[in-house]
Design a binder for this molecule. Structure first.
Ligand code: HEM
Length: 388
């Protein structure tokens, strides 16, 4: 018994702490490949942001009321009257955007580093499920303030499912809880957002992390040629990597707070199902798919929307090349670069489509396919007006 520290002695008498202490020491001292650095911090950043979402989400639930009549007003109350409500909502809203970005960067890094190859296929599959959960978190949460933007973006977003042949319209009705987006949709999205997704994500993250710990992080060696980490070149998880993660985390918190202060989250007007505002678009992470679907007939929509998701989840079983070094996998790397470029390009076209823009002093209308049309008889820009 430890007489110098009575609390420890008291607890130890009732619960064997030694195995736990040994486990933590073993995990903290675990060696990591020497190349592990900045790009390997994004998984932990995503995990941190998920924790921020849980804490701020629980605080928001104290005042949020998920009905058609009260949702908007309760968010208005949080923003204007509840102590630090603006900060909690800002953390939750910007936190979700940053979480999606961190998960995407983490996935792109694992793809190009070949981190998904044998024996880490299941780490990738659980990761891909985490990405789908994270995006669904964003999609369901977007409706909850029940403002015009949320209402119409959800109408557009749920409409996307109808491109799926046979089941599409049925799925749309299940999602909306009827023909249109109503209070019924709000209830469904709320339950998915605050009960189903948090538990699903927690469970999948646990499996993802256990797999990652059991297999260790990958090196650039070929599949089947990975060797145990050399104690001379390997770096211990604690303090080396934990310190680096702490520094990047401080940067992330600085970025998060700056975003909340410089671009405060707005609420806009209450949802009005009878008035469609102009230029309604889904959230940025749906824009590439939303834009791509415009170019395909309804029957091909299935291939554009479902096939890329299946390819993503099952990628480790499709790419059988044993090389991990990106220089030795030109086909996979080219495919990754082209897919990223297509997503960025269609995201940008989606952003500018169905809008009027001014380019070099001339006004254009960008149609739904992204084609610019000069606007004749447009009022001249103030700077282009001739001097009196
Ligand atoms: C909430 C989302 C996620 C969390 C919290 C998370 C967390 C982590 C952490 C902490 C690591 C170890 C450090 C690192 O390599 O960054 C890791 C490794 C890994 N993750 Fe994730 N992850 C998430 C999503 C994803 C996604 C979307 C994918 C891919 C589709 C993915 C695939 C992987 C792979 C393959 C590894 C092993 C990398 C290697 O050994 O080099 N993860 N994850």
């Amino acid at each position: 018994m430890n007489r110098g520290n009575p609390t420890k002695g008291w607890l130890e008498q009732r619960f064997p702490l030694e195995p736990l202490r040994r486990f933590v020491k073993e995990q903290a001292g675990k060696l990591m490949p020497s190349h592990v650095g900045f790009w390997h911090t994004f998984g932990s950043l995503a995990l941190f942001l998920f924790m921020v979402q849980v804490v701020t989400g629980v605080l928001l639930m104290v005042y949020y009321r998920p009905t058609e009549q009260t949702a908007f007003e309760s968010v208005q109350f949080i923003m204007t009257k509840a102590h630090f409500g603006w900060l909690i909502r800002g953390l939750h809203s910007w936190g979700s955007t940053l979480m999606i970005i961190c998960v995407l960067v983490h996935m792109i890094h694992a793809f190009f580093a070949g981190g998904y190859k044998k024996p880490r296929e299941l780490t990738w599959v659980t990761g891909a499920l985490l990405l789908l959960c994270t995006i669904t978190f964003g999609f369901t949460g977007y409706l909850l303030p029940w403002n015009q933007l949320a209402y119409w973006a959800t109408t557009v977003g749920t409409e996307i499912t109808s491109v799926i042949p046979i089941f599409g319209d049925y799925m749309k009705t299940i999602l909306r809880g009827g023909e249109n987006v109503t209070g019924e949709t709000l209830s469904r999205f709320y339950v998915v957002h605050v009960v189903i997704l948090p538990w699903a994500l927690t469970g999948i993250v646990a499996v993802h992390l256990v797999l990652m710990r059991v297999q260790g992080l990958s090196t650039s060696a070929r599949v089947g040629e990975e060797k145990p980490i050399d104690p001379k070149s390997g770096v211990p998880f604690f303090p080396h990597h934990v310190l680096l993660e702490g520094m990047v985390l401080c940067l992330l918190i600085a970025v998060l707070m700056t975003l909340i202060v410089v671009w405060p989250v707005e609420l806009g007007e209450k949802a009005d199902p009878l008035t469609t505002p102009e230029g309604i678009k889904p959230e940025w992470y749906f824009l590439p798919t939303y834009q791509l679907l415009k170019y395909f007939p309804k029957t091909l929509g299935l291939f554009v929307s479902i096939v890329p998701v299946l390819l993503l989840v099952l990628w480790p079983f499709i790419d059988r090349n044993p090389e991990r070094d990106p220089r030795k996998r030109p086909v996979a790397v080219a495919l990754g670069v082209v897919s990223l470029a297509v997503m960025v390009l269609f995201g940008i076209i989606g952003h500018f489509s169905e809008r009027d823009i001014t380019f070099r002093g001339r006004q254009y209308h960008i149609d739904m396919y992204g084609k610019p049309h000069p606007i004749e008889n447009a009022a001249p820009e103030p700077s282009a007006a001739p001097a009196p």
